[in-house]
Design a protein around this ligand. Structure first.
Ligand code: PLI
Length: 459
């Protein structure tokens, strides 16, 4: 393996956080106490935490300095104006509404834009996004390309919308029955797979032809932009900053979780160009989040986000970010471990179907694999398979996704390449002993977003 092909960190480390090591015996106990759900482990019991890249970013000295410039006024904070201006400049939308995190923005958008019984097509579901759509009477329809459901299809831009599927839905239900189209850039559950600029352009043209709104889930839009620069003809010389802005030029608005690409630990926002929608969102934000000049964020957090956004679009940072994740994936591929290919933006996804062929999907292979990886190594990961997919709210039937994965999610600017070696060695060791991984069964299934707090026991 050629280690030199991966970009080095474009920063140095000023502050460190010690983590505790545990023994395998301790971890067996902790995992059992946590009901074999990695969400229910205590952070102190985790050595390398790859549960999520959400809110787990390390901030820069410049962002920490911004924290001291927090203006904590209840209304009209100067940090809000800084954040609003930064988002308008980088994303190009007219209006911005702050929220406490991404799902706050999803709640506002779903409430104001969906009439019960309307469809919301999207490029594969995301848990909280679909929850809010369905809670407002919307019907989610997956219109992602088929290849996205196949972990072995190693082709670029697997997050793309299949235009034929979208056109067929419009013909089937009529444009007026579609609340809006939601395109996630990148697509998280497909493996952090990007959407090409050409696809965004085509989806936008189709939506405009039928007078349908197009909203993007901007959560990992900078990672998406880097893939476009790297892999889409004609963008090699374009800056990531310009690509980010072009992406959004095809949309009517976006929801954003500030906890990922914004390089902060909390926050989010909703953007749009339509003045009426903006008025409605502003009326509603005060009910759920707070004044339209903070939306659930502290002034200091808005300042950190404004500064983080500027840092996130620096070409050297985002190149390092993508290559850092790719390094872990390449190490696993080299050892023959089955993962979702190509390697996506924020995480490496283990393919639990191929990792644990001795387990059926109702034995919850990904949930069990995540639990066993923790027990073996202290590395925390997350199930992204049948447990996360949940149930259809109308029929009560379980969704059965083709992808049954464990996500090794890399926080931004937190772990070194050596940490990733520890993770790779642990996964490879477990893969070589995969027959010992036993199935799990439910002992407590929550009614909503069941993966967060569900409990299991070994079969
Ligand atoms: O966790 P929030 O509420 O700030 O954002 C919700 C959200 C929306 N869209 C997408 C694509 C996400 O990935 C997302 C949150 N993701 C989490 C928490 C994750 O672990 O992937």
């Amino acid at each position: 393996m050629n280690y030199n092909k991966y970009a080095a960190e474009p920063f140095r480390i000023k502050s460190v956080e010690y983590v505790e090591m545990t023994t395998q015996k301790q971890r067996e106990e902790r995992m059992q106490q946590a009901g074999y759900n990695t969400f229910l482990l205590d952070s102190k019991d985790v050595y390398i935490d790859l549960l999520t890249d959400s809110g787990t970013n390390a901030m820069s000295d410049n962002q920490w300095a911004g924290i001291m410039h927090g203006d904590e006024a209840y209304a009209g904070s100067r940090n809000w104006y800084h954040l609003e201006k930064t988002v308008q400049e980088l994303f190009g939308f007219k209006y911005v509404v702050p929220t406490h995190q991404g799902r706050g923005a999803e709640n506002l958008l779903s409430t104001i834009a969906i009439k019960p019984g309307q469809y919301v097509p999207g490029n594969m579901y995301f848990t909280t996004t679909r929850y809010h759509q369905e809670a407002n009477g919307g019907i989610f329809r997956d219109v992602i390309v088929d290849a996205a459901h196949d972990s072995t299809a190693n082709i670029p831009f697997k997050g793309n919308v299949d235009l034929a599927k979208l056109e067929a839905l419009i013909a089937e239900v009529g444009a007026e029955q579609i609340a809006y189209v939601c395109v996630a850039i990148t697509c998280n559950l497909a493996g952090g797979q990007p959407v090409s600029m050409q696809n965004l352009r085509e989806v936008s043209a189709l939506c405009r032809k039928h007078n349908i709104l197009l909203f993007m889930d901007a959560t990992r839009c900078v990672e998406n932009a880097y893939f476009i620069k790297e892999q889409e003809a004609g963008y090699e010389q374009t800056s990531v900053k310009d690509i980010v802005r072009e992406q959004f030029s095809y949309a009517d608005g976006c929801t954003m979780s500030g906890k990922k690409d914004c390089l902060t630990n909390i926050g989010g926002f909703l953007c749009m160009n339509d003045e009426n929608l903006f008025q409605e969102a502003k009326e509603l934000v005060v009910v759920f989040e707070g004044m339209p000049s903070y939306g659930g964020m502290a002034g200091r957090d808005m300042e950190a986000m404004a500064r983080g956004l500027q840092e996130s679009v620096q070409d050297e940072y985002i190149k390092y970010r993508i290559e850092h994740v790719r390094y872990l994936g390449d190490r696993l591929l080299e050892a023959g471990v089955p993962i979702v290919e190509p390697i996506g933006g924020h995480a490496v996804f283990l393919d639990a179907h191929r990792f644990c062929p001795h387990l059926k999907q109702n034995e919850l292979p990904a949930q069990s694999l995540a639990a066993h990886l923790y027990i073996a190594s202290g590395v925390r990961s997350m199930e992204r398979g049948i447990v996360s997919a949940g149930r259809d709210p109308n029929t009560g039937h379980e969704h059965v996704p083709k992808l049954e994965t464990v996500r090794l999610t890399i926080p931004r600017r937190v772990y070194t390449y050596k940490h990733l070696d520890v993770v790779a060695d642990a996964v490879i060791h477990l893969y070589n002993n995969r027959n010992q991984i036993r199935g799990l069964k439910w002992v407590y299934e929550p009614k909503r977003l069941r993966f967060f707090t569900g409990r299991f026991e070994l079969m």
